[in-house]
Design a protein around this ligand. Structure first.
Ligand SMILES: *[C@@H]1O[C@H](CO)[C@@H](O)[C@H](O)[C@H]1NC(C)=O
Ligand SMILES: *[C@@H]1O[C@H](CO)[C@@H](O)[C@H](O)[C@H]1NC(C)=O
Length: 444
């Protein structure tokens, strides 16, 4: 062999070192568990495995490597064929926990072969064939889903249970939010078919699903659109109620987030939807610092002002109704992202509409915002101490995934006049007390 041949050989060996221990090339796993009762109760036929009717329990569908963006790799290694001999010690457990329901009846090897070749071969960087099946079995046992559900009073009795109740029961049981997939029974009722639990790349620990995946989960929002509402502190302090500036004291002179509220097209809205997942500030600890600037409480609702109370109220009243789309963290984060994206005060000032106690046409204000987002917002007014209508809150409409601005299907209460005041931003601390005293005196 000449010198050149050696070089090529060495190069191949060198690369081989890296090929044999590649980084995992996926972001997480779905452990997918299916309920045989739903698989068999559709127009699709099912067949019990040759070993007989499976236990009344969830069965494994698969352990699927996935990308954060929602796509997944498949059939990654044609050279790594399914090999029964590698899993002979697991077969009896696989028959029990990973039963096939496809027709014609068979032992299950075809199902396992399919899962290995389509999904398992894409996780070879972290586990071999034996480990793949063993990990899936261990995860199923660890999740113990049927027990979790029956403990929460959710039984496979052909009864109906709210999606939220099922989701929360599992979340409380395993510590992480599952994805729920339904299919239809012959009467077209939605029924529980598969449960998706996210697992880390080692294939051993449950994790919170990457947010993108949760938001594209098969459950659709059960409301029509969102109001994203911001309020102008100047209108609170210059109203008949009096105000309480935030104790932290360093809020910018700007609009303040009030909340993100799910709405129905008919002008009503869902509220306080779930008592089992109430506000927990530890879930948003990384956001608190930003929220203390952009989501403060000026005593509209309580004096002395207490931000935590406002956030708690917003989640418990509105957030608990949008759990098909958001968890607590993504709910608050979405508000902050829109706040970052849309600087309402700047938009108005650009059009010469300034908070200087002057009066502006209501349409002028709406058009300034429409120019930027494409749709007119709703405006809510309150009254200053002299009874003038003034700019209090701005309602921006978003689609029911809170992704895009939309034309408001329903415009909130028209409490404004055709010309309204844009009050000054409240004075700083020294005056705050007398401000609130003054205004409460004037109401008597
Ligand atoms: C408004 O629509 C929602 C959702 O469709 C419905 O549940 C509610 O009863 C309706 N309310 C009124 C007053 O029509
Ligand atoms: C604000 O409200 C929260 C929740 O109710 C409470 O834990 C906290 O102590 C309050 N903070 C102040 C400064 O009163």
């Amino acid at each position: 062999m000449g010198a050149k041949g050696w070089f090529i050989l060495k190069l191949l060996m060198f690369q081989g070192l890296f090929v044999s221990r590649p980084q995992e090339d996926f972001d997480f796993f779905y452990l997918v568990l299916q309920w045989p009762g739903a698989y068999c109760d559709t127009t699709r036929a099912c067949c019990y495995p040759t070993s007989g009717k499976p236990a009344a329990d969830f069965g494994i569908h698969g352990l699927w490597p996935n990308y954060n963006g929602g796509s997944w790799p498949s059939n990654c290694d044609p050279d790594s064929q399914f090999d029964r001999s590698q899993i002979s010690d697991l077969v009896s457990s696989l028959k029990k926990n990973w039963p096939t329901l496809s027709c014609p009846s068979n032992e299950g090897f075809k199902f396992w072969e399919h899962e290995w070749e389509k999904h398992g071969t894409c996780s070879e960087s972290v586990m071999d064939q034996h480990e793949y099946f063993e990990n899936a079995l261990k995860l199923k046992e660890k999740a113990n889903l049927l027990q979790i559900l029956t403990n929460s009073g959710i039984n496979p009795d052909d009864g109906f249970y709210s999606l939220k109740k099922i989701t929360n029961a599992i979340k409380n049981g395993i510590g992480f939010t599952p994805g729920i997939e339904c299919n239809k029974d012959p009467e077209r009722n939605d029924q529980l078919h598969q449960i998706y639990i996210c697992v880390d790349t080692s294939g051993t620990e449950f994790i919170e699903c990457p947010s993108l995946v949760v938001s594209s989960s098969p459950t659709a929002p059960d409301f029509n659109f969102f109001y994203w509402v911001n309020y102008w502190p100047g209108a609170i302090c210059d109203s008949q109620k009096g105000c309480c500036p935030p104790t932290k004291g360093n809020t910018a002179s700007d609009f303040i987030i009030h909340g993100l509220w799910p709405q129905f097209n008919n002008g009503t809205w869902p509220a306080f939807c779930d008592q089992t997942n109430l506000f927990d500030i530890s879930k948003i600890s990384d956001l608190v610092c930003q929220m203390e600037k952009k989501w403060t409480e000026w005593g509209v609702w309580a004096c002395p002002s207490n931000e935590t109370n406002l956030w708690e109220h917003e989640w418990n009243k509105h957030g608990t109704c949008v759990q098909s789309i958001f968890d607590q963290h993504s709910y608050f984060l979405t508000n902050l992202k829109f706040r970052h994206k849309l600087n309402l005060l700047n938009i108005l000032i650009q059009k010469g509409i300034k908070p200087t106690d002057g009066f502006y046409g209501l349409d002028e204000i709406k058009n300034a915002i429409k120019c930027v987002i494409g749709f007119a917002p709703g405006i809510e007014c309150n009254e200053d101490v002299k009874g003038n209508k003034q700019l209090f809150q701005i309602y921006i409409c978003l689609d029911n995934y809170a992704k895009e601005f939309v034309e408001c299907p329903y415009v909130p209460d028209k409490s404004c006049a055709s010309k309204i005041k844009f009050p000054k931003f409240p004075e700083r601390d020294p005056l705050s007390e007398s401000l609130s005293v003054m205004s409460s005196v004037s109401t008597t």
